[in-house]
Write a protein that binds this ligand. Structure first.
Ligand SMILES: [Zn+2]
Ligand SMILES: [Zn+2]
Length: 414
């Protein structure tokens, strides 16, 4: 489930609401489009319901992760969708999780004007994700030998819970429950470090204009990649601003109903001696004879660049990667509606090992090597594959990748 965040238009100040996955803000009042540019991790505040003048809040950090945990063990590949908001400091007595509060309320960006002290987190996101994986009982069901674990998801953010000192003691400033005397004492411990607001925590805004030609950029509000249909370039947003992304469009003879984006990652895996597509076919023990020219074809991983349920994500990535030899060369770029990119390039890179594991026809030959596998990515770009409408499914004609229409809709809300 998405959380909602109050947002002001940087141009005219009109109030609007964004979801945590929205990056492109189109003001319904003045019509100006702006990108929300993260400054590292996004930080939000659970809005206090108690406001007292001259009182400063103590803000408690929680790590929010929404995504999929993948595990590769001797029993195979398992996965679980995780949506969690966990306490990021070691102070017993504080709510261990924000539960549904983060989803039920409209969150705010941090306001530099608020008098507040921010408790510095003592638990790193990795430790919290590890705990979340255990909570999900994924580890219990999986086998004994863990070969690889990956967290793939778009959302990793910090949500602060405000506490306030009143005459009745320390209170949760949202639900007004008082904290135990023990917890209050622990929070006064000098060993716990806190800080005031850092200006660099504030996300900034970037005009949605093409850095190459100055035309207005187009994209859905939750798209991480936007297109300029004037100079036919495509851009991704990251902390450094807008970066150009190479892209291609693969068409079919019939008019496509939809173009779905895949990250095309040219990568070698030295530990397994994979550098060409022929190496990959041999190494993963595919029941097919490699064509002689596959030795000259550099290995490419095709990873869905949009959110999908884990099972469908793995299937689509595996099938597109194994079927890449059937795809015609990407040609001229079409000015058409592209499905939004909602899975970032860095998440796509993390999926390489999962796609490799999923492609292994003889897992015993691949899985034990996974801890040592380092993919060397030599080139990255996007490829939009044409999909045809076949009733309940969208089907890619060359590779046979099929994605249910309801699954695609659901992925936008993941
Ligand atoms: Zn506006
Ligand atoms: Zn342009």
């Amino acid at each position: 489930m998405n959380i909602n965040v109050a947002q002001e238009c940087p141009q005219c100040g009109a109030a609007t609401t964004l979801t945590e996955s929205d990056r492109l803000l189109t003001c319904s009042f003045c019509g100006v489009k702006n990108f929300l540019q993260p400054a590292g991790i996004f930080r939000y505040l659970l809005p206090p319901t108690i406001e007292e003048e001259d009182t400063s809040y103590l803000l408690i950090p929680y790590i929010r992760f929404k995504g999929t945990v993948f595990l590769v063990t001797d029993k195979g590949l398992s996965h679980k969708v995780v949506d969690t908001t966990q306490l990021a400091v070691n102070v017993p007595g504080l709510p261990p999780s924000l539960g549904v509060r983060a989803q039920a309320m409209q969150l705010q960006h941090l306001d530099p004007a608020t008098h507040a002290q921010f408790l510095i987190r003592t638990l790193e996101p990795k430790a919290i994700l590890h705990k979340a994986a255990q909570i999900s009982h994924l580890t219990a069901k999986a086998g004994k030998n863990l070969f690889h674990r990956a967290y793939i998801g778009e959302t990793l953010s910090v949500i602060y819970l405000p506490l306030i000192q009143t005459e009745h003691g320390l209170l949760d400033a949202v639900n007004r429950h008082s904290l135990s005397a023990d917890t209050s004492t622990r929070l006064k411990n000098k060993a716990l470090k806190s800080t005031s607001f850092h200006p660099q925590w504030q996300p900034s805004f970037l005009a949605s204009l093409c850095p190459h030609c100055g035309a207005e950029l187009e994209g859905a509000s939750d798209s991480l990649v936007v297109h300029c249909f004037v100079c036919d370039r495509c851009w991704k947003m990251d902390e450094k601003g807008l970066q150009e992304v190479r892209f291609q469009v693969v068409d079919d003879s019939v008019r496509a109903g939809l173009y779905l984006p895949f990250w095309k990652l040219e990568a070698s895996i030295p530990v397994l001696n994979i550098s060409s597509f022929a190496d990959f076919i041999a190494c993963t023990n595919q029941p097919m004879l490699p064509h002689p020219d596959w030795k000259k074809k550099p290995m490419q991983f095709l990873v869905p660049a949009f959110k999908l349920r884990p099972k469908v994500f793995i299937q689509a990535g595996r099938q597109a990667t194994l079927g890449q030899w059937k795809l015609p060369e990407g040609k001229g770029k079409k000015r058409t509606d592209f499905f939004p990119v909602t899975l970032s390039l860095s998440e796509g890179r993390q999926a390489i090992k999962i796609i490799l594991a999923a492609s292994a026809a003889s897992p015993k030959r691949i899985f034990p090597h996974l801890p040592k596998v380092r993919a060397v990515v030599k080139g990255a770009g996007l490829v939009y594959l044409s999909f045809n409408d076949q009733g309940h499914d969208w089907v890619q004609p060359h590779t046979g990748v099929a994605i249910g229409k309801n699954i695609l809709r659901f992925g936008r809300q993941m």
